[in-house]
Design a protein around this ligand. Structure first.
Ligand SMILES: Cc1ncc(COP(=O)(O)O)c(C=O)c1O
Length: 398
């Protein structure tokens, strides 16, 4: 029986595909440190669980497709702190940022339309585009340039009459780069000149270190009808499993059409929306505390990496990832070998090979994405393993 070309054409997640190998290693008694995934180890604030306990309905009903009022109100209030003004008819609650991006792409792309994305990029962008039958058109950012954007001429070269939008995350997953005001302004100008939308994925907005200035596309007041904001509580509040996010835009015509997609999946989990409504806005101290933690974890990982001969990395200004060049021939093979054939002191690591974060074939083959949202001890042990593993791998006969 037939399997659709759409699915055949999709890849397994570079972040998750090695998990079965990690389970096998664990069955052999090896401790596996997961540096592959952006699953924060900090506890979800009590306010979330208190919100769950407050739910006192006797029936778990569907909620409105656009999301429940108290949650939308909480988001509106929280955006005010960022000087972002949004109203109820400009926000739709989604199953995480993931569904928000997917719905945004489905609402603006017809089959064959093109989505311009700086690469490396969050690997699921590839999947979302494929589900929407759109084509990812990448433009390159490099480690040597701190993964900042190339000049405008490089980007506009990629625009065709099928280009519909520019999709970015800021801070960037997988590099932790924070785009400057000038970079965003350049993308804004391109969007205006070529009549494009911008999907601005800001799920890491709160994780910015070293007093770097952060700019949101929502500050580009002269073009807000082109901006589609994606957000989520997954990373901000360490609530990845709650699956609560949103898509927002001042373009209420577009939002109205996206609502049709929301209605087709009926609603987002009612109880989790109530819990999330109780969570947002209660917690400035939590965010500060988490930021301090991530910053010291970043510093620790970076300091270790700088000491490994042949490793090239840039200290990220935000999010909780680093994209790192390793002195190995192929990080896909290396990442598998770490789980199938290697241990140091009965420990090994799971890492995400970077080729899955590129759309251009053959890029990222000697890079990996490392996540530093796990605890200090795991990062430290992980870096010890990595240091020894590179040496052991390179001394193998191949
Ligand atoms: C850049 C980026 N956008 C969106 C998402 C989706 O997050 P969620 O669906 O959990 O909100 C992630 C998850 O890792 C991400 O890294």
């Amino acid at each position: 029986m037939k399997i659709s070309n759409r699915v055949l054409d999709m890849n397994f997640s570079p972040i998750r595909k090695l998990v079965p190998l990690a389970h096998n290693a664990e069955k052999k008694g090896i401790k596996v440190y997961s540096l592959n995934i952006g699953q924060p180890n900090v506890v979800t604030p009590d306010a979330f669980f208190e919100g769950l306990a407050k739910y006192d309905e006797k029936i778990v009903k569907y909620s409105d497709s656009q999301g429940i009022d108290i949650l939308i109100d909480s988001f509106i209030k929280s955006y005010k702190k960022w000087d972002i003004e949004l109203s109820k008819d400009e926000i739709l609650i989604t199953h995480g940022g993931s569904e928000a991006i997917l719905f945004a792409l489905m609402a603006i792309c017809d089959p064959g339309d093109e989505v311009l994305i700086p690469e490396p990029f969050y690997s699921n962008y590839n999947s979302f585009a494929k589900i929407a039958c759109a084509k990812v058109v990448p433009f390159l950012t490099t480690i040597e340039n701190g993964f900042h954007l190339p000049p405008k001429e490089e980007i506009v070269k990629k625009i065709t009459d099928k280009t519909r939008c520019i999709l970015i995350s800021n801070p960037v997953n997988p590099t932790g780069t924070i785009y400057t005001y000038d970079e965003l302004k350049m993308l804004a100008e391109i969007a205006q000149e070529y009549d494009l939308y911008i999907i601005s994925d800001e799920v890491y907005r709160q994780f910015v270190y070293d007093n770097i200035a952060y700019t949101s596309f929502m500050y580009m007041h002269d073009m807000l009808d082109r901006i589609i904001l994606v957000d989520s509580i997954s990373k901000h509040y360490s609530a990845c499993g709650a699956r609560i996010g949103l898509v927002a835009s001042k373009n209420t015509k577009l939002i109205k059409h996206i609502l049709k997609l929301c209605q087709s999946r009926l609603c987002v989990s009612t109880i989790e929306q109530c819990a999330a409504a109780n969570l947002i806005n209660t917690l400035d101290s939590y965010i500060e505390d988490v930021n301090t933690k991530y910053k010291s974890r970043r510093n620790l990982m970076y300091d270790y990496l700088k000491r490994i001969p042949g490793v090239v990395c840039d200290k990220p200004g935000g999010a909780f990832y680093m994209l790192v060049k390793l002195p190995v021939d192929n990080t896909e093979k290396f990442a598998e070998w770490l789980l199938t054939d290697y241990s140091y002191d009965n420990m090994t690591i799971m890492i995400a090979p970077a080729s899955g974060f590129y759309a251009t074939e053959d890029l990222g083959k000697n890079e990996v994405r490392l996540s530093f949202c796990t605890n200090i001890e795991d990062i430290e042990n992980g870096m010890i393993v990595l240091t020894h593993a590179i040496e052991a791998y390179n001394s193998l006969e191949k």
